[in-house]
Write a protein that binds this ligand. Sequence first.
Ligand SMILES: Nc1ncnc2c1ncn2[C@@H]1O[C@H](COP(=O)(O)OP(=O)(O)OP(=O)(O)O)[C@@H](O)[C@H]1O
Length: 685
Amino acid sequence: MAHKVKIAARLRPRIGAELEDDSIQVVNEDGGSCICVVNPRDPNSYFRFPFSSCYDQSSTQEEIFENDVRPLIDVAFHGVTVTIFAYGVTSSGKTHTMQGTKAEPGVIPRVVRALVDQKSALPPGKVSLAASYYEIYRDDVYDLFVQRDQAPKLPVRENDVGQVFVANLSTEPIDTYADFDALFSRANKQRSVGATNLNRASSRSHAILSMEITMRDEDKILTGKINLVDLAGSENNKLTGNDATRMAESAAINKSLSVLGQVVHALNQGASRIPYRNSKLTRILQDALGGSSVGLLICNLAPGAKFRQDTLNTLNFAVRTKNVENKPVVNERDNAPPPRRHFAAAPPPAPKLAPAALPPAFNSTAGHSRQSLAGPSRVPRPSMAMAGRPSIAPVHQKTRQRAQAPPPSTLVTLSESEIDARIAKAVEAEVARRLAAAEQARREEEEERSVEQELSRSEEGPSVSGSTSMDSEKPIPSGILTPLLKRHKDLDDELRQRLQDLEKKFERSSKELQLVDVLSPVSRKKTGRAYVALARAHSEKGNLQVALELYRKAETYVPDNMKLKERIIEIEWAVKNGKEFQPSPKKAKKPKGKKRSRSKGPKQARQPDPAGQDENADPNVLEEAMSKIGKRPVGELGEGDDVSVQTPPKKMKTGFSVLDGIDEAQEVDPPVLGKKGQKRLESPL
Ligand SMILES: Nc1ncnc2c1ncn2[C@@H]1O[C@H](COP(=O)(O)OP(=O)(O)OP(=O)(O)O)[C@@H](O)[C@H]1O
């Protein structure tokens, strides 16, 4: 069954000298709750984000755990992988929510306590718990259970059946909560933390605690897992006052979060290529986003106008994430010893895990049969982190092996040439199948592109319609044949060579699609600016839809540009509501020769800003940039989100409210709010 990632939003209380202001509020309405954020451009309207769980400043750790987290523990005890991650700008309260303090323990200690309690309630030996804990610091993975000066960078690998795992990660058995507490406190001292202007103890890494639950009975073993992810916060370096080291950390944090956004975006678009491989974070979280685990995203928000733009970005990410669908599976395997297979028997098919029959609270679509839940053609990805271990093999995989391999007494003895012939046949068939799949994907992509071109031509887009050089590139994922090559170590040389050639060809095609990554920062900015210039030209002509798509393309090249994000939100709103959009007035061009040189003066020359000030950028820059690299930029278009804009609420009593639906944030009617004389805008919902 498809299962959407659940979203919970939590607004933290003011801390220190933060001023009281109502820019961001939790509003409870009949039948739901939402986060309201005053529009930074127009204080007379506000953005409204309805989610099924919104927690205001007075909410407690216990409320969040009991309402949104505890039900997921049952899911893990059904043999499913659960991923809970805290997302938000720096100092918004992610670590507080996940770890908490001794006096106010957060999600992690509460989850572990509940797991230990549940284990103790079952007969001894039935359940065992194990923990692993690691961080992703500057895109490198480190084991937090290992003393840092002895901790090597750990590789992220994929096994033959597509399971992504952190290699050489240590795992500690957990029998009691005290065991865990000692271990976790020690490990947290290894975590990369540093002081910034916004947070005295700011996490400089993404930390992932993985709790594995192994349940045994006479004939099967179930393996559930809970991944608890405390992401580092996105950072605005103007506010954090970062020094050089912090800036480098910040760049790595912002880049990985931006790839996370691109992954969510691509999933929403149903793109043929999801850029999981562009950062370790997304590779490791692959299973939680569009994979086979059940997901909960806790969005942490900081109050006040200072954080308003960051809050909008966080909520925008949440709105997109809530549309991501996972297909949970049960990790179950046979407890009986496996039958012996003849070395020459045909290789077993990739393991298929049983679709998850979740506890009733998680079944978003009642009435689905077990078979229909995951769909017959899907081979779900197994869970992350510890997925590399062969232990997670499903029960019916072995059933199939038994069916395929004849019992030892009736084994047919094959000659060497027969073995070779069988392997060659299997390999040829696999290659043909993969080529056909790749060809089909290519055709679909081509169709999409021609529709896009048609649209651009009809809108007189000068360079979008003209750029066709990359249009025929194939979106074939790299590494497509690697598992095959690995599995058949005894392939003859000719066949191996042919496969390797094919592999290289696919690699090259795939690399074309990672254009954004290979451009230099300056080229990326130039390309972004050029798209913005085109977008602006279209918006001035009133072609808002085309402008929106171009702005989103620009965002692919300059994902961290806040003004651009803001512009996209505004145009999305205008498109949804059929309103006009008034672009900000163009800045007068500076006379030539007055540019400040980088080398002169104490200040650095201003970097071009793709969203706002540099909107006079020459559209030809795009052509120029593309001709330099001989390619058309690859960008994924976004889609409208569910944000609604309304009049700002009066100062209202905020309170905690949770709806009972677990699967999807609920869309509710706008609250009847608004100060006297304030403009009330229609809800696009
Ligand atoms: N709900 C809350 N109640 C009380 N204090 C909170 C709450 N949320 C956050 N805080 C406090 O706010 C400060 C920042 O929180 P925290 O360190 O959890 O932020 P963060 O999002 O993890 O930041 P970073 O990304 O920089 O690591 C801390 O001092 C924390 O104790």
